[in-house]
Design a protein around this ligand. Structure first.
Ligand code: NAP
Length: 536
C-alpha cells in the first residue's frame, strides 16, 4: 500500500484542528488533517442531542484570529445551540477553503516513531499509512465516550445510545418512555430540553450535580454590532481572568457580611453563564467554610424550585461543594421534576441491577422504556490519546507512560514522544478554562514550534525529562491548592467506567493555575526559544 508523506498531520477537525490547519498551511507546510468522523466540527459534529449548546457566551467562544470572521458572523443567542455552532465552524472552514486539507473517515489506530528517520508512521483503521515529521493531536478533552457495562445492556430491544452518538435524523420522542442514565452537564441540558416532549421520563441518578441557571437569551442585530465593536476588549478581558471568561472573580468573602454575600449571590444567580462561578468570591475554591455557605445558598434555591421536598433533597449534592466539579448550567432542569411524568430514581439507594429487553431493572422495580440515553460522560482528557496506540522512543506506549496520570511539558510535549505537539493537551490550561480561548494559544505555540523547527532545519523536537517533571509538579501544586482536589469529576480524572480512573485514584490532568499565569509562561517560553525543549 502506498504511503502518504507530509510535514505535519493534525489529528482531528474540531475547533483546534480547524485553526491548526489554517496556521500550518499559512506557514507553507504540507499539512493535512485526519478526522475520524465523516465531517468536520469535532464536539459540535458529534454532540447533537436536544438542548446541546455553549455555556460560554457565544462571542467569547468564537475564534478571535480572523477579523473577517468576527465582522461577518452574527451570534443569534447568548449561548448558541449545536446546529448553529456547527454551521459556524463550517463557515470558517469554507471561508478559508480548509476542507481541501482534511481527510474524513480517517481514524488513526496506531502511530510509531522512527528515531532514525525522525518521522511518525501512522496507520488508519482501513490500513492506509501516513508518514509525517510532526503529529499534532487536536483530539479534544471530551471525545472518548464511556458507556457503563451494565449486565444485559446489549439485549435491550428499544433504541439506546450514548449522547455523543445521538442520531442526526430527528428522533420522535412523543409518547415515548425515555430513560436517561447520568446527571452531568449533558443530561441536565437534555432533561430541560425534552421533558415536555416525551411520554414519560425516568432519570437514573447516581450522584447529583450542582447546577445553576444558564439564563440564555437572543442577541439582536444592534447588540451584535456593539459586540463587534468591542471584540478587542472582550478578548483582552477573557485573557485576564483565570477561567478565560469575562466574569471577574473577587476576593473578600469574609470582609462582607452574610447579607452582602446573599445580595451578591441573588444577583449572580440571575446573571448569564458562569457568572456564578467566575464572578463569585475566589475564596469559594480554597476555603471549605466559604464554599459550604455558598453550597447552602444554592441548595435553598433548588428547594425553592422543586415542588416535592423529597425529590429536592435527592437533587442536592452532599459529597462535594458547589463549583468543585465542572458546573453544569441549566434551563428549566429543576422544574422538569415538577412534571408528573418525570421521575427521579436514586441509583445509590436503589441500584441498577441489569438492563432487560424492555427496560431497566433496579433493586426495587422494573422500569419499562422505549429509549435509553446514556449521558454517562467521557474518559476525559487522556482517553482520546489512549484509544490510539502511540509508540514512542524504544517502543514504549503513551498509554503505558500515562497509566497513573499524564506527564507533559506545559501540556504541549511529552518526553519520549518526539515531534508530537499536542494542542490543548493534558496538563494545559484548556481542560480548566473557556476552551476555545485556550485552544488558540495552544495552536499558536504549536505553530511557533514548527516554524522554528523548519526555519532552523531541526527534524526532532522533544521535551527534556527534567523540565517535564518540573511542570508535572507545578500542575500538582495548583490542583492541590484548590478544594477541587477532593472531587470526583472528570477534572481529576474520575470515571467509574474506566479501569484505573475509579474511586480512590487522583489524576493530574489539567492545569489549575489559571489562564493568565499559563499564558505568561508560554509567552516567555516562546520569547526565550523554548528552554526545556531539545531541538535536533
Ligand atoms: P459527566 O459530567 O461525566 O457526567 C456523567 C454522568 O453519568 C454522571 O452523573 C455520572 O454519575 C453518571 N454515570 C456514569 N457512569 C454511571 C454508571 N455506571 N451508573 C450510573 N450513573 C453513571 O459527563 P457529561 O454530562 O457528558 O459532561 C462532561 C463534560 O462535557 C461536562 O463537564 C462539560 O465540560 C462538557 N459539556 C459541556 C457542555 C457545554 O459546554 N455546554 C454541555 C455538556 C457537556 P457519577 O457522578 O456518580 O459518576
Amino acid at each position: 500500500m502506498s504511503e502518504h508523506v507530509h510535514d505535519a498531520v493534525i489529528l482531528g477537525a474540531g475547533v483546534s484542528g480547524i485553526y491548526g490547519i489554517k496556521r500550518l498551511t499559512d506557514l507553507g507546510l504540507d499539512a493535512i488533517v485526519l478526522e475520524a468522523d465523516a465531517d468536520l466540527g469535532g464536539t459540535w459534529y458529534r454532540n447533537r442531542y436536544p438542548g446541546c449548546r455553549f455555556d460560554s457566551e457565544s462571542y467569547t467562544y468564537g475564534y478571535s484570529w480572523s477579523q473577517e470572521i468576527l465582522d461577518a458572523w452574527h451570534w443569534k443567542e447568548l449561548f448558541s445551540g449545536q446546529p448553529e455552532n456547527l454551521r459556524y465552524l463550517n463557515f470558517v472552514a469554507d471561508t478559508f477553503d480548509l476542507r481541501r486539507h482534511m481527510r474524513f473517515d480517517s481514524r488513526v489506530e496506531r502511530m510509531v516513531w522512527d528515531d532514525d528517520a525522525h518521522v511518525w508512521r501512522l496507520r488508519l483503521v482501513d490500513g492506509t499509512v501516513f508518514v509525517s515529521r510532526f503529529v499534532v493531536p487536536s483530539i479534544g478533552p471530551l471525545s472518548m465516550p464511556t458507556v457503563p457495562d451494565f449486565e444485559g445492556r446489549d439485549e435491550f430491544e428499544g433504541d439506546w445510545w450514548h449522547t455523543h452518538s445521538w442520531p442526526d435524523e430527528p428522533v420522535d420522542l412523543s409518547g415515548k418512555q425515555v430513560g436517561i442514565v447520568g446527571t452531568g452537564a449533558t443530561a441536565i441540558q437534555i432533561i430541560g430540553a425534552i421533558c415536555d416532549k416525551v411520554g414519560d421520563l425516568t432519570v437514573f441518578q447516581r450522584r447529583p450535580n450542582w447546577s445553576s441557571p444558564l439564563n440564555n437569551r437572543l442577541i439582536s442585530e444592534e447588540e451584535m454590532a456593539d459586540i463587534r465593536s468591542r471584540y478587542d476588549t472582550i478578548f483582552a478581558n477573557c485573557a485576564a481572568t483565570p477561567g478565560g471568561f469575562e466574569h471577574v472573580p473577587r476576593w473578600g468573602f469574609w470582609d462582607d457580611t452574610p447579607e452582602e454575600r446573599r445580595t451578591l449571590w441573588d444577583e449572580l444567580y440571575q446573571e448569564p453563564g458562569f457568572a456564578i462561578t467566575g464572578a463569585n468570591y475566589a475564596e469559594i475554591y480554597f476555603d471549605e467554610k466559604a464554599n459550604q455557605e455558598l453550597s447552602d445558598y444554592i441548595a435553598d434555591r433548588i428547594r425553592a424550585r422543586v415542588d416535592d421536598p423529597e425529590t429536592a433533597e435527592k437533587l442536592i449534592p452532599r459529597d462535594h461543594g458547589f463549583a468543585l466539579q465542572r458546573l453544569p448550567l441549566e434551563s428549566g432542569y429543576f422544574e422538569a421534576y415538577n412534571r408528573p411524568h418525570v421521575h427521579l430514581v436514586d441509583v445509590k439507594e436503589n441500584p441498577i441491577e441489569r438492563v432487560t429487553a424492555t427496560g431497566i431493572q433496579t433493586a426495587a422495580r422494573h422500569h419499562d422504556l422505549d429509549l435509553i440515553v446514556y449521558a454517562t460522560g467521557f474518559d476525559a482528557i487522556t482517553g482520546a490519546y489512549d484509544r490510539i496506540r502511540i509508540e514512542g522512543v524504544g517502543g514504549q506506549t503513551l498509554a503505558d507512560r500515562w497509566r497513573d496520570s499524564p506527564s507533559t511539558f506545559v501540556g504541549v510535549l511529552s518526553h519520549g514522544f518526539p515531534n508530537v505537539i499536542m494542542v490543548a493537551g493534558p496538563q494545559s490550561v484548556s481542560g480548566s478554562t473557556n476552551f476555545p480561548r485556550a485552544i488558540e494559544g495552544s495552536v499558536d505555540v504549536m505553530a511557533e514550534l514548527l516554524r522554528q523547527a523548519y526555519a532552523n532545519g531541526h527534524t526532532r523536537i522533544e521535551a527534556e525529562a527534567e523540565a517535564e517533571a518540573e511542570w508535572v509538579d507545578e500542575v500538582k501544586k495548583y490542583q492541590e491548592r484548590l478544594l477541587i482536589r477532593d472531587s470526583k469529576g472528570w477534572f481529576t480524572g474520575y470515571n467509574s467506567n474506566v479501569a484505573g480512573h475509579q474511586e480512590g485514584t487522583i489524576r493530574y490532568q489539567a492545569y489549575f493555575g489559571g489562564a493568565p499565569r499559563y499564558n505568561r509562561l508560554v509567552d516567555s517560553l516562546i520569547a526565550e526559544g523554548f528552554p526545556g525543549v531539545t531541538f535536533a
